[in-house]
Design a protein around this ligand. Structure first.
Ligand code: ZN
Length: 489
């Protein structure tokens, strides 16, 4: 018996050493990716504001044309509706509670830890080139999103975030730290033209910010193409939003032309995805940061030479993009990190996702969660929220007020108007159980600032929270905990 055991141990050692050698051989060999990748992230862009997703305004002729030649995912869910959090998921293939970048301000938990492997890092390890061109502070290296990019262009005011974060008020002002789509596109094209031909495969990330806010406006002629339906301020802002989407699309057209003129287009995978949408008044919410469909259902389009165009109707996620790109570009398995996302190549080729996917999103940012010195002014919707979508069922769990949980059937109620939670449907209970096993609930204030700590004391004294149960980074779910269910004063 001892002899057999020794042989087995010996074989196991040989297998481990061989596998290790194979990995180092692959790393040493630097199998270059087989294609270029152009990854375009559209900040704050609702899927339903694109022509290819059914919008009746001419906002996106260039993206529509791309979609005609691409796989369009009709129900793609972003993993957060906060810019750096969602981008970290796109760039790592990980859900927010696994990559740890969960908030936009604070002393910790607002930076992607170096220990995580980004798409750009894998690309570099495989021998490819990497370059990023971004348009606003929330996607800069301040948040750890520069990992793996040898060239990172962020030529706009306050790119380091100096003075943008108000600890006293608990918010981040991004209005003064951004650039318009034309400037970002010009930077990307200028760099592209400076590169010698026949270089190693390129991963280029271009991020656009125009629809995020009306601080930087498109040219007058573009604004003139989208007239408000009334003089009402909301209608004026909606028209500006459409013009911003249209201007971004026009600049994306310039970028596509540059790839075509350089002869790169037929060797380039083009991925277009938004980090989140925008409320625009739906659910009485103007901006983003919470988890209704207008905020987390995003455009997701993947164009690959040789894969025929189709529309995939089943649920997919933005975390699925990184494994998809690595597979499509033949990056060796040994270089791919563990990801929550799963490759979309099978649905891209067949139109069917196979095993249905479940989408997770969260919102623990708490920016704008009322003023902590005046809790009566807070908005209950801006809670610490956790969402699961499974088939047509959608659960939104409220961590601070579990009795406010929401449950929708998106098939019969796509605009989330009828909360079915009160009737405790069996599907909701199953999804609650699933959420409870995920270890995804965050501490009350991830990345707390000294000011936050004072507020935490206030919240505790008012009975909103039980700090002793919520100070670890992965607190087990505490559904229905009595201390969190007191009414606002
Ligand atoms: Zn964003």
């Amino acid at each position: 018996m001892a002899k057999t055991r020794n042989i087995l141990i010996g074989l196991a050692v040989v297998a481990i050493v061989t596998a290790g050698l194979a990995v180092s051989w692959l790393r040493g060999r630097r199998c270059p990716p087989s294609m270029h990748v152009l990854l375009i992230t559209l900040d704050t862009t609702r899927a339903d504001r694109l022509g290819c997703y059914g919008y009746d305004q001419p906002t996106t002729p260039n993206l529509d044309q791309l979609a005609d030649d691409a796989v369009l995912f009709d129900m793609a869910i972003a993993q957060a509706a906060v810019t750096p959090v969602s981008h970290a998921s796109i760039l790592t293939g990980l859900d927010p509670h696994h990559h740890g970048l969960r908030v936009m301000h604070g002393l910790a938990a607002n930076t992607l830890d170096e220990k995580h492997t980004t798409l750009a890092e894998v690309w570099q390890a495989a021998g490819g080139r990497t370059a990023a061109f971004v348009s606003a502070f929330p996607v800069t290296p301040t948040f750890g999103l520069g990992q793996g990019f040898e060239h990172f262009d962020m030529d706009f005011p306050n790119a380091d975030g100096e003075g943008l974060v108000s600890e006293a008020e608990g918010w981040v002002s991004t209005g003064s730290s951004q650039r318009r789509a034309d400037a970002t596109t010009t930077a990307a094209i200028t760099w592209l033209e400076s590169q010698p031909d026949a270089e190693a495969p390129l991963l280029m990330w271009v991020h656009y910010f125009d629809p995020h806010d009306p601080f930087v406006l498109p040219p007058k002629e573009m604004l003139g193409q989208f007239r408000p339906r009334s003089k009402d301020r909301a209608d004026v802002l909606r028209a500006i939003y459409d013009a911003e989407v249209a201007y971004m699309d026009a600049q994306i057209g310039r970028l596509f032309d540059a790839f075509k003129q350089r002869g790169l287009w037929d060797r380039t995978i083009v991925v277009v995805v938004a980090d989140h949408g925008e409320g625009l008044g739906d659910h009485d919410w103007w901006t983003h940061g919470i988890l209704y469909q207008e905020q987390i259902r995003v455009p997701q389009i993947v164009r690959v030479p040789g894969i025929r165009p189709r529309r995939v109707m089943q649920l997919v996620r933005t975390i699925d993009l990184m494994p998809t790109v690595l597979e499509l570009a033949d990056v060796p398995d040994a270089l791919r990190p563990v990801m929550d996302g799963e490759s979309l190549t099978y649905p891209m080729r067949t139109g069917w996702t196979g095993k249905p996917r479940v989408a997770y999103s969260d919102s623990v940012n708490m920016l704008g969660y009322g003023r902590f010195d005046d809790l009566t002014r807070r908005d209950d919707k801006y809670e610490k929220l956790y969402c699961l979508i499974d088939g047509s069922y959608k659960l939104i769990f409220h961590q601070l007020k579990p009795e406010n949980k929401e449950f929708y059937d998106l098939l019969t109620d796509p605009r989330e108007q009828t909360n079915l939670a009160a009737s405790k449907p069996p599907a909701m209970l199953v999804m609650m159980e699933r959420l409870e096993t995920m270890q995804c609930l965050s501490p009350i204030m991830p990345g707390m600032t000294p000011t936050d700590l004072n507020r935490l004391g206030q919240l505790e004294s008012l009975g909103y929270i039980d700090r002793s149960a919520t100070t670890t980074t992965s607190t087990a779910p505490t559904a229905e905990r009595p201390t969190t269910s007191k009414a606002a004063p």
